[in-house]
Design a protein around this ligand. Structure first.
Ligand code: ADP
Length: 624
């Protein structure tokens, strides 16, 4: 007996003891493996003349033996050698699923099974013993893999003359909680095939029994058997639109793209003319666990007349729509076109650009007509859209600017830029924004108070990429974006400006003194009347904001880049009066006051103090 690799063993344990209610998916997994195996043989037949691919001889067969409690699934695909049986069935290929489980200790079995569609092993949810007999197209001999679960497996030679694989599941006995008998019913199998595997392009055959009443004998029947093909074999995207229900699209999506949830949006679109195609696109509800990592590969499956020629064609999707799953089927593409040629294919470029437009239009429509779902989508993929604006020097901002949203001070909800602009006050010329950790923290920044008081709306930027994206956009409908933390923010009346100017002149020496005290920490010190209840705030001069400094400092090469900070002092605040009274009389104390005010403002901005101990000591000194 051979041992499973430890990861596989864990996964098997999980399967065997699973409380997953959707155990029926095992059939879909085995059928799709069988179909892949036939596909593989078909590819090889394209270039190897010794292999004849005769459609008639390629099928999947399901047989039921109710009394022996067996389901037998046969395919005429590529088969596996003895080594392949070990390699493929002794180790789990999708180590990502266990990795995911490690990282998310609270994720339960249901998540992991549903999310990864764990393939062959899912059969252990319904079977207590599995036998796989296989003969590879490349080998003269056949082998049998057998296992009763985590204890291990055996691989032994067996008799099998035709190329392909036969999988026998020994179905578990019923328990109080679980009914396994149902999987031995023709009716169940027929409906599962219809539900999950109807589009499989090879026939899925089964001997189906028919009862006919015996003539003249009430209550007695003749039973005859007939070979039936259970699936329609028509790919779902080639059926008439009116024949396909939303549920069917959702089931197709889940099984084809390994998601456990229905997509938030299904888009089916086709075009004729320069490039004719049909595309079936899905927008997932959640980002896959590896979405924001470099392991994630974007792309649509590419078909030529119903035959898949590439699993992930990345040329069909721009990076900012990389979350879209789906496929495109075009009759204009040649079957054995090479990957290199494909990259330059004009048809493909046309299809890609039309799909991009379609995706954008559908997202905008969803934003307008189905806001709750759009917000859910946006929660999952906002970062990607915002990066899309920032990347490639802003080349794609036109496509994306209407799709992004931010929480704003107006109702504390997500708003689009268009909605913001529509609400702008008559005397307002710019779009205000502020960055910070949370909307709540930003709304309590000293510099937000006066702006909100004037009835202007502020966009709350809480993600690292946000401010970079807005800087790249620069304007929306001719309205510039303005950070409320920039030192040249101008919301004052002429009178107020006059007051500021005068105060600056009158207190020139004091300002200079504070500037010297805080040298190395701030670039500049200013008097302001834009603050209300707060004595001071930190703003920035120039392009780089304090928030951007924080983001950059987290990057490997971004450290050392500093925003030019300005300490603004509220000239109407009692603290300023205090400063004036100390100046020239008790300069030591004034210095300490300046340090503490600066330290407090730094903390409000969410920055860290160079020396918290000094800050605390200085504060204590001031008390007596
Ligand atoms: P996945 O299909 O996602 O790779 P599975 O655990 O379902 O994961 O299968 C592991 C591997 O075993 C497959 O990638 C394939 O190489 C092989 N395999 C499974 N079923 C068959 C089959 N019916 N015929 C040939 N190879 C198969």
């Amino acid at each position: 007996m051979k041992q499973f690799k430890s990861e596989s063993k864990r996964l098997l344990d999980l399967m065997i003891n699973s409380i997953y209610t959707n155990k029926e998916i095992f059939l879909r997994e085995l059928i799709s493996n069988a179909s892949d195996a036939i596909d593989k043989l078909y590819y090889i037949s394209l270039s190897d003349e010794n292999i004849k691919f005769d459609r008639e001889n390629f099928y999947i067969r399901i047989a039921l033996d109710k009394f022996a409690r067996k389901i037998i699934i046969t395919d005429t695909g590529i088969g596996m050698t003895g080594e392949e049986l070990e390699k493929n069935l002794g180790t789990i290929a999708k180590s990502g699923s266990l990795q995911f489980k490690n990282e998310n200790e609270k994720a339960d079995d249901v998540d992991i099974i549903g999310q990864f569609g764990v393939g062959f092993y899912s059969a252990f949810m319904v079977a207590d013993k599995i036998t796989v007999e296989s003969k590879s197209f490349s080998s003269g001999s056949a082998f049998m893999w057998e296992s009763e679960g985590p204890a291990g497996y055996t691989v032994t030679p067996c008799d099998k003359t035709e190329t392909g694989t036969v999988i026998t599941l020994h179905i578990k006995p019923n328990t109080d909680e679980e009914n396994y008998d149902e999987f031995l019913e023709e009716y169940t199998i027929k409906s599962l095939v219809k539900k999950y595997s109807d589009y499989i392009k090879y026939p899925i055959k089964m001997l189906v029994s028919h009862k006919t009443p015996k003539e003249g004998k009430d209550g007695e029947f003749d039973i005859t058997y007939e070979d039936e093909t259970l699936n329609s074999m028509v790919p779902i995207w080639r059926k008439n639109k009116s024949e396909v229900t939303d549920e069917e699209y959702a089931e197709f999506y889940k099984s084809r793209f390994h998601d456990f949830e229905a997509p938030i949006k299904t888009i089916r679109t086709s075009a004729d003319g320069l490039a004719s195609y049909t595309a079936l696109l899905f927008i997932p509800k959640r980002a896959p666990f590896d979405y924001y990592t470099k392991d994630f590969e974007k792309g649509l499956a590419l078909y030529s007349n119903g035959v898949m020629i590439m699993e992930k064609c990345k040329e069909l999707l721009p990076d900012y729509f990389s979350f879209v799953k789906g496929l495109a089927d075009s009759a204009d593409l040649s079957l054995n076109i090479s990957r290199e040629l494909l990259q330059h294919d004009r048809q493909l470029k046309i299809i890609a650009s039309r799909l991009e437009k379609k995706i954008k239009d559908e997202l905008l429509a969803m934003q307008k007509n189905d806001r709750a779902n759009y917000e859910e989508f946006y929660k999952a993929f906002a970062r990607q859209l915002k990066f899309g604006i920032y990347n490639d020097f802003g080349q794609h901002k036109e496509v994306l600017q209407d799709l992004i949203m931010f929480v704003s001070s107006y109702e504390n909800k997500l708003t689009t830029l268009k909605e913001y602009v529509e609400r702008m006050k008559e005397d307002q010329s710019v779009i205000y924004y502020a960055s910070g950790e949370t909307a709540d923290k930003i709304s309590r920044l000293p510099q937000a108070e006066a702006i909100l008081d004037k009835g202007y709306e502020i966009l709350y930027l809480t993600e690292d990429v946000d401010e970079f994206a807005l800087k790249m956009l620069f304007k929306y409908e001719d309205k510039e974006f303005k950070s409320i933390s920039s030192s040249d923010l101008d919301i004052r009346t002429d009178d107020e400006k006059e007051q500021e100017k005068k105060a600056a002149e009158d207190n020139k020496d004091l300002i200079e003194f504070i500037k010297t005290t805080l040298s190395g920490k701030v670039e500049n010190v200013k008097l302001t009347n834009k603050l209300k209840s707060h004595p001071v705030c930190i703003t920035n001069e120039g392009e780089l904001s304090v928030e951007m400094e924080k983001v950059l400092s987290k990057m490997p090469e971004g450290g050392g880049i500093k925003a030019q900070k300005v300490l603004e002092i509220n000239l109407n605040h009692p603290v300023f009066e205090k400063m004036k009274s100390l100046f020239g009389k008790d300069d030591e104390k004034l210095k300490k006051l300046a340090e503490v005010l600066y330290g407090g403002a730094v903390l409000i901005e969410g920055l860290t103090l160079e020396s918290p101990v000094d800050f605390a000591n200085t504060m204590l000194d001031l008390i007596d």
